[in-house]
Design a protein around this ligand. Sequence first.
Ligand code: FES
Ligand code: FES
Length: 166
Amino acid sequence: MTGATRRDGYPVRVTVNGAARTVEVSSTETLLDALRWNLDLTGSKECCAEGECGACTVLVDGRAVNSCLVLAVESDGLDITTVEGLETGGPAGGRLSRLQDAFLEKGAVQCGFCIPGMVMAAQALLNENPHPRPDEVREGLAGNLCRCAGYQRIVDAVLLAAEEDA
Ligand code: FES
Ligand code: FES
């Protein structure tokens, strides 16, 4: 090895849940890791880490993205929403969004591990299609796996949120 210095700390500027943030990340760190470990936003979960389960889903410019598949250094300038950003009223005394409430009302949560990703995928769907049919909800959530197999209640929750938004 010559005297070359290895550089592995890159500043990345992002907007997360409406706030401008700058984080220093390594060249191999994922957006999911940066959110969880650098920004303390642990709502997004890591499960498969290879784009198969959807547990890490966040919104990038309003669209669902598997954050485990995005390098943090590629995130510079992006507008990111995590599940924490759906709440209203701030961290202390924040209120769940209508969509999150609908998951509770329909009993769509079992162990809960998949739910942040499900909610974000559902939010992305509702952003594009505020009044989806049941088959459109299933298609919209097709990239999100639930090991507790509570799919019907999850679909019902998304339909309820859409109905109440009518
Ligand atoms: S943890 Fe990202 S898709 Fe499974
Ligand atoms: S509620 Fe347990 S994995 Fe979905």
